[in-house]
Design a protein around this ligand. Structure first.
Ligand code: MG
Length: 238
């Protein structure tokens, strides 16, 4: 397996509140671990939230003696959520901070993914498949048929997310388990990519016959060329 990741501030934002962690080597009892987080909260709180949460999850996974990947990730997310809420209660400047999270591990041909918020994990082969389900107001309106799919990306309420780490005492992550096929590429990213680049264009770039690093760079460059309105994080595993 080969992994390459970039996080970029984008064109419009002054700070990068995204954060990522990637290890192709074991972390505790998981054979590898991939995390992308998009922090929110004013004045340095957002970047603190995404970094702190990622680091707490890595620490918790490292120490967990269990052997069930979903349970290991679930316990790590619950621990990180509690710690983040404590941090935000203790420090006025961090009040209300939170973060999205995608955490994934590949066990042989089996992918396990945890998701909270609107960062995404895709599997790209001939087609592009979004595995995670966005926890956003607009995505929920699409699911109940109030907003057509074609209008979702441009919707004014696009940024309202309905679940986040740090938003409450109970954190409700979705888990997805997928069997991987030969040639599947895994893409984990924040909304700074997906709001700027259409899924089909993401697919076309991922399938180009150039080195992994150049394709990841091209995804970031395309998001910036299309406006770069938010921080952009792209992680590709193949
Ligand atoms: Mg974002």
């Amino acid at each position: 397996m080969k992994t390459y990741s970039i996080t970029d501030t984008g064109i419009l934002r002054e700070m990068n509140q995204d954060y990522f962690f990637a290890s192709d080597e074991p972390v505790g009892n998981l054979p590898n671990l991939y995390i992308v987080a998009d922090g929110m909260g004013g004045h340095k709180a957002g970047d603190y939230a995404s970094r702190y949460t990622t680091q707490r999850i890595v620490a918790s996974v490292s120490r967990n003696p269990g052997d069930e990947p979903v349970t290991i990730l679930k316990e790590a997310i619950e621990t990180a959520n509690k710690l983040l809420i404590t941090e935000s209660a203790e420090d006025e400047s961090k009040r209300g901070m939170g973060t999205t999270l995608v955490a994934a591990t590949v066990i042989g041909r089996h992918l396990v993914v945890a998701n909270i918020g609107d960062s995404r994990l895709y599997i790209i082969n001939r087609d592009i498949r979004q595995i995670t389900r966005d926890h956003s107001l607009v995505a929920e309106m699409v699911r109940i048929g109030e907003v057509p799919v074609s209008e979702a990306r441009k919707h004014p309420d696009k940024n309202i997310i309905t679940r986040a780490i740090g938003a409450g005492d109970d954190v409700d992550a979705d888990f997805f388990e997928v069997d991987l096929n030969e040639g599947d590429r895994i893409l984990i990213c924040t909304d700074g990519l997906t709001n700027m680049v259409e899924d089909q264009d993401i697919r076309d770039i991922v399938l180009q016959n150039i080195p992994l690093e150049e394709r990841v760079e091209l995804l970031v460059r395309t998001a910036n060329r299309n406006g770069g309105k938010d921080n952009i994080t792209v992680m590709m595993i193949e």
